[in-house]
Design a protein around this ligand. Structure first.
Ligand SMILES: Cc1cc2nc3c(=O)[nH]c(=O)nc-3n(C[C@H](O)[C@H](O)[C@H](O)COP(=O)(O)O)c2cc1C
Length: 212
């Protein structure tokens, strides 16, 4: 698959088949992730691959924590109106698709990784500076594009980070790790209406500023 095709075909998928993903494919995807550039070649990323019983236990723990407490976002405190509007637009647009998909709920869906058979937790050492999230983001995009190239789909899931303590406790992760993002990985269930949803992208002129 051409890079261009992978870039334009990738989209967040919110419903997966139970079909398992071969470890060789996961390894190929992670090898692509770590090809990303990073400042001074620090390569500040850590990946934790969760499958099988460990994934089931994690989902159980997350859903049970959610039922006790719907935790607020830690990152959307304040932002200029134009960005807030894009977020509103996304939620309005996705609502129609969600309503037409039986048993779909974005909160519980996110916390159960939309039933994906594989979850990749992306993390960094807590002493790695916040700015290095930039490098980790580059690796995550490589990961998602390679998955697309291999016929797999992904959904980056940040909502889970509200329950970082539960994830760390359930998986016995060390205190030195700071979670950056969780990624659902698997084969898309194309029969689900929610997977027909396409997020709109802004017009270039809204974000590109030419100075000549
Ligand atoms: C950092 C990050 C966190 C995200 N968290 C969630 C999430 O918790 N649940 C979810 O359904 N989608 C989540 N998404 C997916 C976004 O909603 C999606 O990327 C955006 O709407 C654009 O759509 P696209 O990925 O199909 O291009 C997240 C994406 C990113 C990059």
């Amino acid at each position: 698959m051409e890079v261009k095709e992978a870039i334009y075909k990738r989209q967040s998928i919110r419903g997966f088949l139970s079909k398992s993903v071969d470890n060789e494919l996961i390894i190929e995807i992670l090898k692509a992730a770590i090809q990303a550039p990073s400042a001074c070649n620090i390569q500040p990323w850590e990946f934790i691959v969760i499958k099988g019983k460990a994934k089931e236990n994690l989902v159980k723990a997350l859903l049970s924590a959610y039922k006790k407490e719907k935790r607020p976002s830690r990152t959307q405190a304040s932002m200029p109106e134009k960005y807030k509007n894009r977020m509103k637009q996304l939620f309005e647009a996705i609502k129609t698709f969600a309503e037409k998909t039986p048993n779909f709920d974005i909160w519980q869906g996110s916390l159960s990784f939309y039933n994906a058979p594989v979850v990749i937790i992306v993390a960094k050492h807590k002493e790695i500076a916040y700015l290095r999230l930039l490098d980790i983001g580059l690796a995550i995009q490589n990961l998602m594009l390679m998955a697309q190239n291999l016929g797999l789909s992904t959904c980056p899931i940040g909502l889970t980070l509200r329950y970082e303590d539960i994830i760390k406790e359930t998986l016995s992760l060390p205190d030195t790790l700071e979670l950056v993002l969780t990624i659902a990985l698997g084969y898309p269930d194309n029969s689900l209406y929610i997977n027909k949803f396409r997020a709109t992208k802004i017009d270039l002129k809204e974000c590109v500023h030419w100075i000549e």
